[in-house]
Design a protein around this ligand. Sequence first.
Ligand SMILES: *Cc1c(COP(=O)(O)O)cnc(C)c1O
Length: 524
Amino acid sequence: MADNLNRTADQGANRYIDTRGACTEPVPFTRAVIDGLAQGGGLYVPESVPTLELDDIVALADLPYAQRAARIYQLFNIDLPDSKIVELMGRSYGTNFDTDAIAPITSLDESTHVLELWHGPTSAFKDMALQCLPQFFSASAQALRDRGELDHTFCILVATSGDTGKAALEGFKDADGVRIGVLFPDGGVSDIQRKQMVTTTGQNVQVWAVRGNFDDCQTGVKRVFGDEAFAAEFMDGHQVALSSANSINWGRLMPQIVYYISSYAELVRSGKLEAGQLLDVCVPTGNFGNILAAWYAKQIGTPIGTLFCASNENCVLTDFINTGVYDIADRGFVLTPSPSMDILVSSNLERQLFELTDRNADAIRQWMGDLDSQRRFEVDGDTLAKLQEGFKGSAIGNDECLATIKAVLDEHDYLIDPHTAVAYAATQQLRSDRPVLIASTAHWAKFGDNVYRALHGIAPGAPLPEDVAALTGCELNALIARETGKDAIPAGLAQLDTMPVRFTEVIDGGTAAIESAVEALLER
Ligand SMILES: *Cc1c(COP(=O)(O)O)cnc(C)c1O
């Protein structure tokens, strides 16, 4: 690692290639972060993945979290100066989190460790990436401007079904050279989620409710991104480019690698693991970003054993791991108590397959083409074998998810959210005698209605009692807190009812309506 600490930016920096082999020239980190998606539709991955010795991994436990993150970024040899990386990480992982540990571990027993990824400002794991990416996004844009490779600012548009929108708003609010607009389906998000978004502070943010469902929002935003005339006018008239900071951005993946390496170090330092002992990891999976980060942590040298991919009833990934066939042709979309995992097209899987095929861009192009045209693809036997060597999958039904919340509270006096419950239940099915780290991806108070159902034996999707249904999200959380004795509701969630509402605009989901709303955002 020492070698990496004394270099200057750009000198021999790691470069990024794309999963479909469409880019003729590898690009530096700063460019990969600004572009998000590579030309030709592929995803960026680093040309080389660095490694760490076990001693160096364990030694990370001596540093504050922000410095651990800086070390990993330096190890990846990104094209920003070391001092800049340290500064940006200090801002990413500081008092914006409600604990110095940033991502603390709670051990339920000797071999079951829960990694709490929800201590950031929005109480969901997206903060781990979205408190960091915007820092590096602004700094990357500045670095490219300084090199004369960029002469505009950005307007980020996000369509959200709930969690991502708020995490993106918190991350990008008041970021240099960026404005952000978030669209959510009017009436289609929980009371807590809506209030989280419409009370966001910051000078560069805007939130719109859209008449329609999440699909209408997402389709509307995609059409705006596809409208080349609009983009050109935007650029000519305002020197602003439209951008989406979605989960395929390498700059969102990299912060997630940090906490897997860091957790291993902490478990060794606290005597819960022997240095070198294999640790299995279970991740509640949607877009495959979080679990892919654990896979990279393993490549870097972290002694991680098997990766458990936990799915809800939208179990396309579990079926894929078991059969090698990714099939969404005849698959309905199911609503579950873990909505952030209700995903059919799992975009980061493309990176995983690229790595498992020893970076065979031809195979990836073929499979992604099949997925587009036939809504299914099938990997070869070799790739399936490699997949099954590293991963196991398990799908958890809605009833089991809620029953698990109750069981874990009864057994361990620990209250978990429905996403974490899916991972906990999958762990019970898949674990061997190795210790397991379970990724906990949201605070329970983000999903109070389903936690209430779980604790009162109400079926998933069934109505709440009238008096409970009449409560605000905050009031319902306070009730659950009283009933369970879990009164530590994060401040950002507990105070939502008293925060001033800043955004009340409801717009149509058509391209023209969104475009004129975005124009207005620029002219503010
Ligand atoms: C986004 C999200 C997930 C899924 O993570 P991926 O990286 O998309 O697999 C799981 N749980 C929660 C609470 C989330 O917000």
